[in-house]
Design a protein around this ligand. Structure first.
Ligand code: ADP
Ligand code: ASP
Ligand code: MG
Length: 458
């Protein structure tokens, strides 16, 4: 059994879905569990619909709901052309799903209040619609496909917008649902991203969460491989949208991939690797527009060579400087500070401390209001939101003599506000001005992968 996850661009339109169905067709012998994202940009649209509902703006929500319905109904008609009965059935299903969503959105509009639970319900419709249409398309093209409701398999905590998976439930439910759906079928399909809480309430796994769904399902189904099909040739030396001459990486370790994703590389959801590691399942990142390509294999560390693999970055971070003279010679100060972060569920990326000062970075999407308020009771706190974070990732890079010095030397005209090396053997990170991020990432990439990085001291 294998898991094949197709992201938004791999299911964006008629051509993309046709390619995706052919890729699945070529792997039927390996019993695929197909996991799909919403069509490209649909989740963004659903977020906007949820915002309109929260504002009570029914007209704006209705306009977008109609756009959503038309896009999916049109796509279903295109994919099922030639079979009028099946086509009518699929379009009917799309209309029904969109109708139910519209009623729900209407109710939220009337209330003028949107809970996270209702928001999760609204945004889960993207994957529900895409999987419905693609299931029809697969059957239409001769792949007998069983449909699985991911909410019956992926169970999470009641953090509706970013549920934490309940692994014991998932490992029980996935094999049951998969074997039920596989009866008489050549393949099965399910939704990425969407889940339900233990009590059966709607939840999602956070933006980009379909990768995580795929990996959880692969782990629970004891898959021999997890394939992440996307719009790039594999994991690259940097984000190709930011850097021109990136190269594909043929293989990297679980740790390197997890660190890259955690430190900003959007190609994988940051938690994708965790479930795969539990059962040592290789993860492949592949390009659905070039299915013949080799992609990137993400494997156990002992199969991977030491050295720099990639540069990733987080553009939107917050740099906090916490200053207090009470910190000097007082044990337990750090404990108190990090206790506040833990209580408020704010996770910290980089930390550096000196006698009376702690500097740290957190992801810019996190709300720091309570943290700052509580810290301000006993320390001076300064929050800087015009910085970004750059990370160099590679197995055992902290052992590469001169790497940090030479990389910093290549950035002669930039201010570096914080450096973190050594906390992990695979990551060296530093903080720069947001305005110079692109230049820094390009310069570091040029140094490490395009020019003199080759004669770095080893
Ligand atoms: P999907 O919709 O298939 O999940 P995403 O947009 O989430 O696709 O992820 C793919 C994107 O990740 C690529 O288009 C690329 O811009 C970005 N990306 C960021 N860092 C890297 C990297 N190191 N290697 C490859 N892609 C990267
Ligand atoms: N559709 C969701 C999102 O856009 C999940 C995913 O695509 O992975 O965030
Ligand atoms: Mg993604």
């Amino acid at each position: 059994m294998i898991v094949m996850k197709f992201g938004g661009t791999s299911v964006a339109n008629y051509e993309a879905i046709s390619r995706t169905v052919s890729i699945v067709h070529s792997k039927l012998a390996e019993k695929p569990i197909v996991v799909v994202s919403a069509l490209s940009k649909v989740t963004d649209l659903l977020y906007k619909i949820a915002d309109n509902a929260a504002e009570g703006n029914r007209a704006a929500a209705d306009e977008k709901l109609e756009e959503l319905r038309l896009r999916h109904a049109g796509l279903a008609s295109e994919l099922l052309a030639g079979d009028s009965e099946l086509c009518a059935e699929a379009v009917g299903k799309v209309n029904e799903i969109c109708g139910t969503l519209a009623s729900f959105v209407g109710a939220v509009c009337s209330l003028g209040e949107l809970t996270d639970r209702s928001k999760a319900k609204i945004i889960s419709h993207g994957e529900w619609l895409s999987s419905t249409i693609i299931c029809y398309a697969m059957n239409h093209r001769g792949i007998k496909t069983g449909f699985i409701d991911a909410r019956k398999m992926i169970v999470t905590s009641p953090e509706y917008m970013k549920g934490e998976p309940v692994i014991e439930e998932i490992v029980k439910r996935v094999p049951e649902e998969v074997s039920k759906a596989y009866q008489g079928a050549d393949a099965v399909i399910t939704q990425g991203f969407i889940a339900s809480t233990v009590k059966g309430e709607p939840a999602v796994l956070g933006r980009g969460g379909s990768d995580y769904s795929a990996s959880l399902i692969g782990m629970a189904a004891d898959a021999s491989r997890i394939e992440i099909w996307t719009d790039v040739d594999g994991v690259r030396t940097a984000d190709p949208r930011r850097v021109a001459n990136t190269r594909n990486i043929s293989k990297i370790s679980f740790e390197e991939a997890a660190e890259m994703a955690h430190f900003g590389a959007k190609v994988l959801h940051p938690l994708t690797i965790e479930p795969a590691v539990m059962k040592n399942i290789p993860v492949y990142v592949l390009n659905s527009m070039k299915p013949e390509g080799e992609g990137t294999a993400i494997l156990q560390s002992d199969q991977i060579e030491d050295g720099v693999k990639s540069v990733s970055f987080k553009e939107n971070i917050l740099l906090l400087n916490i200053f207090s003279t009470k910190m000097i010679n007082v044990s337990g100060f750090l404990n108190k500070v990090f206790g506040i972060f833990a209580e408020n569920k704010v996770s910290v990326d980089l930390i550096s401390t000196s006698e009376a000062n702690i500097s740290l970075t957190v992801d810019g999407s996190q709300n720091l209001d309570s943290v700052v308020r509580e810290l301000s009771e006993f320390a001076e706190v300064d929050v800087d939101n015009d910085k970004s974070q750059v990370s160099i990732i590679g197995k055992n890079i902290v052992n590469l003599r001169g790497l940090l010095r030479q990389t910093m030397a290549s950035l002669k005209d930039c201010n570096i506000y914080m450096i973190s090396q050594g906390a992990s053997f695979v990551n060296i990170s530093f903080v720069v001005d947001r305005a110079s991020l692109t230049e820094v990432v390009q310069e570091v990439h040029r140094y490490l992968f395009e020019s003199c990085g080759n004669d770095r001291e080893a």
